[in-house]
Design a protein around this ligand. Structure first.
Ligand SMILES: *Cc1c(COP(=O)(O)O)cnc(C)c1O
Length: 425
């Protein structure tokens, strides 16, 4: 750009109010004034230093995903054709026989199990969730430590979950009612039965096996690891680290089961999964997010997260009474996680109080605040489990992750936490 032109274009900058957005679309710059509906309705938006939490709206989609959603929204397509084409591409990327985009990992669980129960029999699809007296299968077997709240997705089909602890328990529990053997990756170390044994016992009795890896990328290799291992169904969220649509996920697995799952899902029917609608924008947006994630530079991204976390840690660790620790969860939400704790006799704040100061400060920041795994308080920002509430009351710590920070926000988080910890003395 020539100097005069630069000056010209710079001179227009002050005219752009905070409500307008200079947006580059297909090489063209449009400075259309955009309606800021978040501000208009007085909705609080914030810097997310907590993580990929549903109640905080999950993630910020990648620009490529937003562009895909915007561009595809102007066209009609047949949903089946979109799912066919996208499913084929996704299956190749994740080493599965077939795949479909669902409206989240939870939806993938319900739909996958529905597919196992109904096969391609439309009358059975209409039968769900009333399984009694139909001769249909009605039980999911799961290790006790793997029977987390997300398994409610299975109950929606009319099935019950049978808990086991040992391989002998599994063999005893298997019957003509058994539809599925389900495994939860995030608690893989808590159960006695490991992945390979789970798959093997499924093969031995010819019962499909499934695994919930909703929050288990990175590492990117988890996208195909469990398909390669022989699980018949794999469930993952689209709106966590992959930064696809928050209302999307993927069901990967056996061709016959995915085909049957689709028979249970929109655009067909008035059956249990009618509410599991994903439109073409989300299906295509999910595909683009996955493609971007698979081809992404994960080492670079990891180093960025580490650098941001180090900056926030560096801003507070010299303060008196402060202890900092960076850990990487072994399973689930695998990202550098900074725990900042303090001596209550020096810093007179509870974790919750500090979190509130960050939340109601300017700019608003959300931080994690418990020593417990993040998914325990997914229910609501201030409506955590009553049982957890007691545990957390006096906890003098907060937790911070960098993976949902936008460029530059680490500096703001670092400054704000330092300010509040200093003021708390
Ligand atoms: C997030 C999560 C789910 C639910 O995923 P959605 O995509 O929000 O439906 C299920 N299981 C586990 C372990 C999760 O972390």
């Amino acid at each position: 750009m020539k100097r005069r032109k630069v000056i010209q274009s710079l001179s227009t900058l002050p005219l752009i109010s905070s409500l307008s957005v200079a947006k580059v679309t297909g090489g063209q710059i449009s400075r259309k004034k955009k309606r800021d509906i978040i501000a208009e309705l007085g909705i609080r938006s914030f810097i997310n230093a907590a993580g990929t939490l549903t109640y905080m709206s999950g993630c910020i989609m990648h620009d490529e995903v937003v562009e895909t959603i915007e561009n595809t929204s102007r066209h009609f397509c047949m949903i089946d054709e979109v799912q066919d084409k996208v499913g084929e591409k996704i299956a190749k990327l994740v080493h599965s026989e077939a795949a479909m985009v669902t409206c989240g990992a939870f939806s993938a669980m319900t739909l996958g199990l529905a597919g196992v129960l109904t096969g391609l029999d439309v009358r059975k699809v209409e039968q769900l969730p009333h399984l009694a007296g139909t001769g249909m299968k009605s039980e999911v077997i799961c290790q006790k430590s793997h029977n987390e709240r997300y398994n409610h997705a299975f109950l929606n089909t009319g099935c019950t979950v049978v808990e086991v602890e040992t391989l002998a328990d599994v063999e005893r529990a298997i019957s003509e009612r058994t539809a599925l053997l389900h495994f939860l990756n995030i608690t893989a170390n808590a159960g006695q039965i490991k992945h390979e044994e789970w798959v093997a016992i499924g093969k031995k009795y010819n019962i499909p096996t499934s695994i919930d890896i909703a929050a288990d990328v990175p590492p990117v290799s988890n996208l195909w690891k469990f398909n390669d291992m022989g699980f018949d169904l794999v469930f993952i969220s689209g709106g966590k680290a992959m930064r696809g649509p928050q209302s999307a996920g993927i069901l990967m697995g056996r061709k016959d089961i995915v085909a049957a799952a689709r028979l249970n899902a929109p655009p067909r029917g008035y059956t249990v999964a009618r509410g599991h609608k994903v439109n073409k924008e989300e299906i295509l947006g999910m595909y683009v997010a996955l493609e971007k994630f698979v081809s992404g530079d994960h080492d670079r991204e990891w180093k960025d997260w580490e650098a941001q976390i180090a900056r926030i840690e560096g801003a507070v660790k010299d303060l008196p009474g402060i202890t900092t620790k960076v850990t990487i969860p072994e399973l689930g939400n695998i990202t550098p996680t900074l725990t900042i704790s303090w001596d209550e006799s020096i810093v007179k704040l509870t974790g919750r109080e500090l979190r509130d100061k960050l939340r109601f400060g300017s700019p608003s920041i959300e931080a994690g605040f418990s020593g417990l795994p993040l998914y325990y308080y997914q229910a609501g920002s201030d409506s955590i489990d009553p049982a957890m509430e007691e545990t957390l009351k006096g906890a003098n710590l907060i937790r911070v992750t960098a993976w949902m920070l936008q460029p530059g926000e680490d500096k703001i988080v670092a400054r704000r936490i330092r300010e509040e910890l200093t003021a708390g003395r």
